[in-house]
Design a protein around this ligand. Structure first.
Ligand SMILES: C[S@@+](CC[C@H](N)C(=O)[O-])C[C@H]1O[C@@H](n2cnc3c(N)ncnc32)[C@H](O)[C@@H]1O
Length: 251
């Protein structure tokens, strides 16, 4: 059976061990990681920072009213969160956020990793669960091939200069002071739910309509997306593979 996002996140989280009572920083929350973390921290707390205007609604929908009580959400750029105390968190979690940092705020990866290091307690852990960069992925089936096609369209619409892979991120983590750095593959690619497929295809179409001004070019994009949509109905979508990257702040 194909892995779901939750299987993959849980496999990655397992190596961290028991997180009950933890104070967790959720980097760029949209609700997926928040939900699993909120279910695991007992009377702990989660603080999440995101610069997407609608993120509160998305998180609330995923997490539900009851578990929301464990979350504090701040609308901001993670590069500037100097109001968060040094040595405050037991764990920093980035689920699919590192690539988004370079898309939304190019050049911010290193300063944000500095922030993560600063806000972690001594012995605090960092966990990133991220996709492999597209140029490193050899699709294992049609569903993954289609997802890669649609991500390539997204990359053309909202260009991303750099997608760091695990060894590159490890090097940057070392540079900011992290130790005990290691990574492993945790999924060959997750099944994308049918709701997410619809959201993704519709999202791509509206991006094209918003960004591409020339009618002919717009039609070409929309035809390409239509073609993907047709095939997806038969095969579904599968994400690129994921790696989990671990690091610790020792001193
Ligand atoms: C794909 S989502 C990550 C999914 C999310 N971690 C979850 O568990 O549901 C990436 C998020 O990172 C946010 N983001 C990107 N750069 C950011 C930055 N510099 N500061 C704060 N949020 C950022 C984006 O707004 C986006 O909502």
């Amino acid at each position: 059976m194909l892995a779901t996002w939750r299987d993959t996140f849980e496999i990655a989280l397992k190596e961290i061990g028991d997180i009950s009572g933890f104070t967790v920083f959720d980097a760029g929350p949209e609700g997926y990681a928040s939900r699993v973390l909120a279910q695991r921290i007992g009377d702990g707390q989660i603080i999440g920072v995101n610069m997407w205007l609608d993120f509160y609604k998305a998180v609330r929908k995923m997490v539900g009213a009851k578990l929301m009580q464990k979350l504090v959400l701040i609308y901001d750029d993670m590069k500037q969160m100097n109001y968060i105390k040094d040595c405050f968190f037991d764990l920093v979690v980035s689920y699919e956020t590192m690539v988004s940092i370079e898309r939304r705020t190019p050049g911010s990866t290193l300063p944000i990793l500095h922030q993560f290091y600063r806000i972690l307690k001594q012995n605090g852990r960092f966990l990133a669960v991220e996709n492999f960069p597209l140029n490193e992925v050899k699709p294992i089936d049609e569903a993954q091939e289609l997802q890669i096609k649609s991500l390539k369209i997204l990359n053309k619409l909202v260009p991303i200069k750099v997608h760091y892979n695990a060894p590159q991120l490890s090097k940057m983590l070392r540079q900011v002071g992290f130790e005990n750095i290691n990574w492993k593959m945790v999924s060959k690619g997750d099944r994308v739910s049918s709701n997410s497929v619809i959201r993704e295809i519709n999202g791509l179409k509206s991006l094209v309509n918003e960004i591409i001004k020339k009618q002919k070019e717009r039609e070409e994009y929309l035809n390409e997306i239509q073609e993907i949509d047709k095939q997806v109905k038969r095969t579904g979508l599968r994400t690129p593979p994921y790696y989990a990257l671990y690091a610790r702040k020792i001193s």
